[in-house]
Design a protein. Structure first.
Length: 157
């Protein structure tokens, strides 16, 4: 079922899928952050590699959904002035994904004893930097979409 608001049509099934994907992505990044945080017991290399690998897979799905289903395009049809910002945000997907893949690779090297045993602090620092960039990216995407929707329904008047 599509709901039409002004000139922007929103597919309800797609929105449910995006909402579920978003919820799962946030759960995974929080779980991974907790796992990598300083605690009385250090996580095992397997736990770290699996958590990061699961997050990587979810992030790939998340970016694919945004790009494949016109998450940006519909909003930009309503507010073409946002196209530059949308393209900038979309272009960040590859860099963010590659950064997470690098972190996963480092964790897998630790798991398979291909790196120093004390690599967890470096993985944790790199993950925190990545997560900060990802959260900032997601916040900017949400703000842009909301701005386009507000323009469409006239809330910004």
């Amino acid at each position: 079922m599509a709901v039409v608001t002004g000139t922007l049509s929103v597919n309800a099934a797609f929105l449910r899928e995006i909402k579920e994907d978003n919820r799962r992505l946030h759960e995974l990044w929080d779980e991974t952050e907790r796992l990598l945080a300083s605690s009385p017991q250090e996580p095992s290399p397997r736990q770290v590699a699996e958590a990061l690998g699961t997050l990587r897979d979810q992030l790939a799905l998340h970016f694919s959904l945004e790009e494949a289903y016109g998450y940006f395009e519909d909003a930009l049809d309503v507010a073409p002035r946002l196209s530059e910002r949308a393209e900038e945000l979309r272009s960040q997907h590859g860099a963010l994904f590659l950064e997470l893949c690098g972190i996963v690779e480092r964790a897998e090297q630790w798991l398979y004893h291909e790196t120093a045993r004390d690599v967890l602090p470096a993985i944790s620092r790199r993950y925190r930097r990545f997560l900060h960039a990802l959260k900032e990216h997601e916040t900017r995407e949400t703000a842009m979409i909301m701005e386009a929707l507000n323009d469409d329904v006239g809330v910004g008047d």
